[in-house]
Every structure is written in C-alpha cells, then in structure tokens.
Design a protein around this ligand. Structure first.
Ligand SMILES: *[C@@H]1O[C@H](CO)[C@@H](O)[C@H](O)[C@H]1NC(C)=O
Ligand SMILES: *[C@@H]1O[C@H](CO)[C@@H](O)[C@H](O)[C@H]1NC(C)=O
Ligand SMILES: *[C@@H]1O[C@H](CO)[C@@H](O)[C@H](O)[C@H]1NC(C)=O
Ligand SMILES: *[C@@H]1O[C@H](CO)[C@@H](O)[C@H](O)[C@H]1NC(C)=O
Length: 489
C-alpha cells in the first residue's frame, strides 16, 4: 500500500511534468485534477468500460438493493464535475455508473462527461417511464428500437382567419413533416369551430455534430436507432420473468412483460395528461414517454458510441383517474428495470471476447505503440516480479495522449459507421458500401480468389488489424459473401 502510494505521487509528478497537454485538460474541464488523472490511469489499465447513466436516486437505489454492482477494490468511485462516477463490474462487465439527475440537459451533460472522462465503448441507460400505449401497463419493460426528442418545437404564428404561418427559419430549415400539435383540436367542450391563440407547434429534428463529421457542419436527426449488437442481446429478454408483487400481499393484477422494439420519446415534459399522451401515440407511434432517454441517445449518436435504453413503465402518463401512479409504482418499476438490465448484461457477450470490438482498440493501441516513443513511468522492474505484473506498464506522453483520444474516436467510428439515421430506413446500402470500402482497401491484401471473410482472416493473421466491424457484419448481417472483384478480374 505504501509503495502504491509512492507510485501514485510519482505518477502525479510525472503527469505534471508532462507539459501543457495535461494543463490544458485540467483547465478545460471544471473538475478535480487528481480525479481526472486517476480516471486516465483507470482507462489505461482497465478500459474500455460500459457506461451506465441512471436518472435519479431511486433508480440508483434499485441497483444497490439488488447488490449486482461490485465496486472496484481500490477506486470504487471518482467525483468529477459534481457527479460521482462509480467504477466496478456487473455480471463480469466492467462498468462506470453515474447518476445524472432528471431531464434532458442533465442527461446530456452527464453522458458527454462519461464519454470524455472514461474509455467507454457503449452506453446503457435505464429508468422509469410513462406508458403512451394502452398495451403497455404498469410494471412492463420497454426496450425501444428508436428514440426521438419530440419537443424541439417551432411555434406557429396566429393569424385571424386566413390560415396560420410557420416561419421557415433563417436557412429555410424548419420542417412541417414531424409532429403537429394544433391546440384548438383539444378545446373542451369541442364545438367544432373554436380558435386558439396558441395555434400550433411543429416538432423539429435535432442538429447533430458527429465526431467523425466535418466540424461546424451539422447533420440532422429525429429518430435515433439503438445499437444493433445491444438490440440483439435485448431481443433475447422477451418472455423473461419480472417481479409483479410489491410484498407478500400486494401484486399487480396483470403479469408484467418485456417488450423489445417499440418507439420511445423524451422531452423536458412530465406527461400527466391523457390528451397529450394520445397525441404522442397517434402522431409518433411512441409507446413510452420519459425525460432523459433521447438526450442520452443523441449524445451517443453524436459521439458514435453504441447505446440502448431500458425503461420500466411506472405510470400511465395521465390516462388513469386520480393521482399519477408514479409514487406508488416507481420502486417496483425500478426494481424490474434493474432486473432486466442484469439479464441484458448476462446476455451481452463480454468485452474480452475475441469477437468484440475491444480488439480493434487493442489493434489501434498496438499501432500507436509502434509509431510513438513510449515513456514508462513505473520504476524499473525488480527481479522476481510475476510476469503478469511486468505487463502493467503505464504509458504516458503528450503525443501518446493526443493520439490515444483521436484513435479511440476513429475506432468507434469504424466499429459503428452508422448507428442511426434521420429516418428509420434500414441501412443495407450502408453495409454494402462499407464492405466495398474494405474490398478496395489495398492494405488488407488482394481480393482475388477468396471470400470476404477469408480475406479478413488472412489480414488478421498478418497483423494488419482489419476492422472488427467488417467481420461482425459478414458474420451477422451477411451481405455479399464475395469480394467486389470476384468473378470480374
Ligand atoms: C479530488 O478527487 C479525489 C479523488 O476522487 C478526492 O480524494 C479529493 O478529495 C478531491 N478533491 C477535491 C478538492 O474535491
Ligand atoms: C403497443 O404495444 C404493443 C405491445 O404491448 C405492441 O405490440 C404494439 O406494436 C405497440 N404499438 C405501437 C404503435 O407501437
Ligand atoms: C379576429 O377577427 C374578428 C373579426 O374580424 C375580430 O372580432 C376578433 O377580435 C379578431 N381576433 C383577434 C385575436 O385578433
Ligand atoms: C404491500 O404494498 C402495498 C402497496 O405498496 C401497501 O399498500 C401494503 O400496505 C403493503 N402490505 C404490507 C403487508 O406491507
């Protein structure tokens, strides 16, 4: 322990000496510097992690109560930027768990910080939600396939009689394609010819700056699709047993179920209104509404990091008589959300598996190791140290640091070339395009006389680091099995 402490101090000193690269990091982030350095060290040694973003304390308590989270033996948490990042494992997966506080802004900030501070290769988000679909009842779990932020609104001008007018915006980019909420449709009692000075609002897509995109050039996103690999693992959870009893005497009247593949919406609105709920279902075909998921989804989309969301129905979003049910049902709902999360992690292949994208990061690191002068920070090895210990070398230099971050981004971009799209069309074309790019990349060797997978494996044997996602695509999605050139040369 003493020796460990000495090494930490030594590390800090060296990091301080490492120059303005680090000074810049510390200045740019409103955080505790030593916690940042520890995060860096944890990333080097133990990353990548799955990130878990949890909205509020009772959703966090559900994880504690079920004792599924095993904290890291030395660094169980780090406090950064007013948040506590819990480090540990769940079901053998290395995770960083953080509570965001409620609503879109908090969820977005926290997700971005998680991605900036830690080496994260996927984000899981869970919590409770209101049901917007009559076939989703309290206690059910929804794992949607698509997410949208539905309340980025453009508010139409009232005009007396001669039709309303939506501004087209400075660049002509306000659309009238998405949700149209026309207030006089909701007059009560509705005598058929009422007007409403609030006229209508139209939903707009979000502007997104993607990490692999051109800086300052936005793309737009409304429906964001969850990661395919995560989705596949989630699909296996349909039919799993959920808790339906509060205690020995009180149970839900309908057995709760897991539903995978619907649509969810989020906004800074706590929906407790039957008419709005119905509008949401009819207009967007969404089955659940909450206040964070789409923010997490959009941040992951922008960062090109895979994500999935598990939401547990705690109330009917205003459809029932009397007070909102959330206070009575939130504990049971969070309990079930955590139960499904645990099962999901069980079903998800481990990061260390050779078929996982972890490999591409290792490949990127190997390439970096060749290209960069390395600085070993630890003391010279002593005789008799176990071979395992010898491997634990910390590699730090400004260049290394800078390259590391950008490579990670590149690796992410490679692994997940198109996590989602503005519309919901499937992206078979993208897949074929990606495979063609692979065919055309001369660095992986000639393409003649062998299948794509054989070429991939040959490249792998020769240490050329072929992108793991290509292999995944060939295995899972299929695609044209032969090289672009096959039969044409
Ligand atoms: C900075 O973070 C470290 C590690 O989490 C903690 O021990 C320390 O108390 C923090 N210092 C301040 C000033 O917040
Ligand atoms: C509503 O939920 C049920 C499952 O409970 C699902 O089968 C149905 O497709 C959902 N409706 C829409 C419009 O998504
Ligand atoms: C709309 O027009 C009618 C008839 O011209 C007028 O009585 C009414 O005050 C107008 N309402 C508003 C909000 O301008
Ligand atoms: C069981 O839970 C219900 C609902 O929360 C509560 O009303 C009831 O008092 C509880 N019964 C016992 C025996 O704890």
């Amino acid at each position: 322990m003493e020796k460990g402490g000495h090494q930490w101090r030594r590390l800090h000193l060296l990091l301080a000496l490492a120059g303005w690269g680090w000074g810049w990091t510390a200045q740019a982030l409103p955080s505790n510097r030593s916690a940042l350095l520890l995060a860096q060290r944890i990333n080097e040694r133990e990353g990548p992690f799955l990130g878990l973003v949890v909205p509020t304390s009772f959703e966090m308590d559900a994880i504690r109560q079920q004792t599924i989270f095993a904290p890291h033996p030395y660094i169980p948490w780090l406090d950064l930027a007013g948040r506590r990042f819990h480090i540990g494992t769940i079901q053998g997966h290395k995770v960083v768990l953080v509570q965001s506080a409620s609503a879109m802004l908090n969820a977005a900030i926290t997700t971005q910080q998680l991605l900036d501070f830690f080496d994260i290769n996927g984000v899981l988000h869970y919590g409770i939600a209101g049901s917007a679909n009559d076939s989703l009842t309290i206690g059910d779990i929804s794992i949607p396939k698509y997410w949208a932020h539905t309340a980025l609104w453009n508010w139409e001008k009232f005009s007396n009689g001669s039709g309303h007018l939506l501004s087209s915006g400075p660049n002509g980019d306000f659309t009238q394609d998405l949700g149209h909420l026309h207030f006089s449709d909701f007059a009560y009692p509705n005598n058929g010819h009422s007007q409403n000075l609030l006229t209508s609002v139209w939903s707009q897509p979000e502007d997104v700056l993607k990490v692999s995109g051109t800086p300052e050039v936005r793309s737009r996103a409304f429906w964001v699709r969850v990661d395919k690999r995560f989705y596949k693992a989630a699909k296996t959870l349909e039919g799993m047993e959920l808790t339906s009893c509060f205690n020995a005497t009180t149970c839900l009247s309908i057995r709760p179920k897991v539903v995978v593949g619907l649509r969810g919406a989020s906004s800074n609105i706590f929906v407790d209104n039957a008419a709005y709920r119905q509008f949401m279902f009819q207009t967007f075909r969404v089955s659940s509404v909450d206040m964070e998921s789409a923010a997490v989804a959009l941040v992951c989309y922008s960062n090109e990091v895979p994500f999935i969301v598990i939401r547990s129905i705690s109330d009917s979003a205003g459809n029932a008589e009397g007070a909102n049910e959330v206070s009575a049902f939130k504990n049971l709902a969070s309990l079930n959300a955590v139960k499904v999360l645990t099962q999901f992690l069980k079903a998800l292949p481990k990061q260390d598996s050779p078929h996982d994208q972890g490999m591409i990061l290792i490949c990127a690191r190997a390439a970096r190791a060749m290209a960069t002068k390395l600085t070993s920070v630890l003391k010279p090895r002593k005789k008799g140290m176990s071979p395992q210990k010898k491997k634990k070398k910390i590699i730090l230099s400004d260049a290394d640091q800078a390259i590391g971050a950008s490579e990670k981004r590149v690796a992410r971009a490679l692994v997940y070339p198109s996590a989602s799209s503005t519309d919901v069309a499937e992206d078979e074309d993208d897949v074929e395009e990606m495979l063609r790019q692979f065919d055309l990349d001369a660095k992986f060797g000639p393409c003649v006389g062998l299948s794509r997978i054989e070429r991939w494996e040959r490249a792998q044997r020769h240490g050329l680091c072929p992108p793991q996602n290509i292999r995944d695509v060939l295995e899972r999605v299929g695609g044209e099995p032969n090289c672009l050139w096959e039969g044409r040369v």
